[in-house]
Ligand binder design. Structure first.
Ligand SMILES: [Zn+2]
Length: 140
């Protein structure tokens, strides 16, 4: 039976993990569906958490080899959208530019800059189109 989705909200948080002298960028992509947070965390390793705990998925067994693509595809099938779609939808909702101000190119590449900062570059002229620190306040 299909579950009726009455709530779906995207949030993106940039943070760091690992040793403080050598921090590693971490992006947490969360889709809240009907009050349950499905988080894809991409940092030192990629993992998928449901409300902060590892879900019991049918692929899991006593020994699970680390397979990033599989973890991402499990998250994608649970939240009903691809990782790329999440990024596009998130940036559209949050008022970030959809085209390059220099050449008008519409193909932008979003990525994380330094910890806590998101940047967008133009795929045509390679100019930095947009740059803004992402804070928790922005996504709530
Ligand atoms: Zn451009």
């Amino acid at each position: 039976m299909e579950t009726l989705i009455t709530e779906r909200r995207l949030s993106l948080e940039n943070s760091t993990e690992g040793p403080s002298e050598d921090p590693y960028s971490r992006d947490t992509y969360t889709v809240r569906i009907n009050g349950v947070d499905h988080s894809l965390i991409m940092g030192l390793i990629t993992r998928y958490l449901v409300d902060g705990v590892y879900p019991q998925l049918d692929y899991q067994s006593d020994y699970v080899p680390y397979d990033e693509d599989h973890i991402i595809s499990c998250w994608e099938s649970e939240v009903g959208m691809s990782h790329d779609t999440f990024i596009k939808a998130y940036h559209r909702v949050h008022g970030q530019p959809s085209k390059c101000s220099s050449c008008g190119g519409r193909k932008l590449t979003y990525s994380s800059g330094y910890a806590g900062e998101a940047i967008a570059g133009c795929s045509s002229c390679h100019k930095l189109v947009w740059c803004e620190p992402v804070t928790k306040a922005m996504i709530e």
